[in-house]
Design a protein around this ligand. Structure first.
Ligand code: DI6
Ligand code: FE
Length: 412
């Protein structure tokens, strides 16, 4: 199937020759989906052909030919869980935490997420865009070609829509796919103190419909946790999302097990994220619903957690494991997906191949975009990376050295 359009390579707009593709395509049996020397042809922003170098026609027609000189090419990286649009920062919280106050206690005292809510509400769309673009640039410079961005620091209809509009607009400033997620059920806004069910009604009856009407949300997320919302409240949000035709995902079992993963599985969630306290039985529920597990080692690391997600069980059950930054000011102020690949191995025990799959194919699944991105496969969007490396494991092992030679987005 991969070679179905071999003959068309001469009509491609651009052809990378002498490439060593790590396709991450499960149809290619070798580790990393490796192919020996191949050419990758691009047409209309899509991968049009992947052909062995020996089968390349003499004449490549009008195609622009780029010699990869034997370099590894991987799919573009996919960061499937970020909160990178926000105002202010929370670096002072690290001082509180060092003096023994926990993340949960800071949140209960009205700091944490709510302090970012105050800063975000105070900003205009363009101020928020200016504040957030450097974070997106950092991800893109490392090879991220698709990013998911959540709302959740506005917590009013106007401020949640403002965040989502900023997230959408970012794709006009940078060559990157942006997938947006409405996370209005992130924290209880101060004006709803003691009235969590009323706030959930606002989310269901006003914020989700408004975001849908403007086409601003690709999915709906919740924070199911003691310091956020109960499973019953999250269920109401999922039902509202379903009524509006939006897929769901959930921040679940991060600090405790409330059964959020099981609930999300009932709604055929695209992903459940964090999962440090996920139980073995719930792993089976995810396997049955086809939900991806998103691992966020940056938050685990930054909060100094000790309880690890059940990676061996997820692996055994065949649940796709994605790896993402969770880029946010409170629990993971770390704008590097490469660092997360390293941490997924060192802290959570993923193999380098699992980590790379986690930031490409599995992350695409977590966004419901697996038919468009995440692997080097004919017909997929031509988002790929040319690396100065000797082997893909270096992308996971080494950190901080810029090895990206070329970042290709939609064929350009
Ligand atoms: N879990 C997290 O790790 C982030 N949100 C969530 O639900 C933290 C967000 C923050 O602290 O600002
Ligand atoms: Fe998060």
């Amino acid at each position: 199937m991969r070679f179905m359009v071999n003959t068309a390579i001469s009509s491609c707009r651009r052809v990378w020759i002498n490439a060593r593709p790590a396709t991450i395509d499960p149809a290619v049996a070798a580790p990393y989906g490796e192919l020996a020397e191949h050419a990758i042809g691009v047409c209309d922003g899509k991968i049009a052909a992947i052909v062995p170098i020996g089968e390349l026609p003499e004449n490549l027609g009008a195609a622009e030919v780029i010699d990869a000189r034997g370099a590894w090419i991987t799919p573009g990286l996919v960061d499937c869980h970020t909160h990178l649009v926000y105002g202010g920062n929370r670096s002072r919280e690290i001082e509180q935490r060092r003096s023994g106050v926990s993340y949960e206690e800071i949140a209960r005292q009205g700091g944490g997420i709510l302090s970012t809510v105050h800063a975000t509400r105070a900003m205009s769309e363009s101020q928020l865009l200016d504040a957030s673009l450097p974070r997106l640039t950092a991800l893109a410079d490392e090879g991220v070609t698709t990013v998911e961005i959540k709302s959740g620091y506005g917590l009013t209809t106007a401020d949640e829509l403002k965040m989502l509009r900023v997230a959408r607009r970012m794709a006009e400033y940078m060559p990157i796919n942006v997938s947006t997620t409405l996370l209005a059920a992130h924290a209880l806004p101060p004006e709803f103190q003691g009235r969590a069910d009323d706030y959930i009604s606002l989310v269901c009856d006003e914020i989700i419909p408004a975001a849908t009407a403007e086409g601003l949300a690709d999915a709906v997320d919740v924070f199911c946790e003691r310091i956020a919302f109960s499973p019953a409240q999250c269920e109401r949000v999922f039902e509202a999302a379903q009524r509006h035709g939006l897929p769901v995902k959930g921040h679940v079992e991060q600090l405790s097990n409330l059964g959020g993963a099981r609930l999300a599985a009932r709604f055929a969630a695209l992903s459940v994220d964090h999962l440090e306290y996920l139980s073995a039985a719930d792993v089976q529920a995810l396997a049955r619903s086809g939900t991806a597990a998103v691992l966020l080692p940056g938050a685990f690391y930054f909060l100094g957690e000790t309880q690890k997600p059940p990676v061996a069980e997820l692996r055994a059950a065949g649940v796709p494991m994605a790896v993402s930054t969770d880029l946010n000011p409170g629990t993971s102020p770390l704008a590097s997906l490469r660092l997360m690949l390293n941490m997924a191995c060192t802290l959570f025990g993923l193999t380098p191949e699992e980590a790379l799959v986690g930031a490409t194919r599995a992350a695409a699944q977590a966004l419901g975009m697996a038919d468009r991105i995440g692997t080097l496969t004919v017909g997929r969007q031509a988002d790929f990376l040319v690396w100065d490396i000797g082997h893909p494991s270096e992308l996971v092992c080494e950190f901080g050295v810029p090895r990206l030679r070329q970042r290709v987005f939609r064929g350009s």
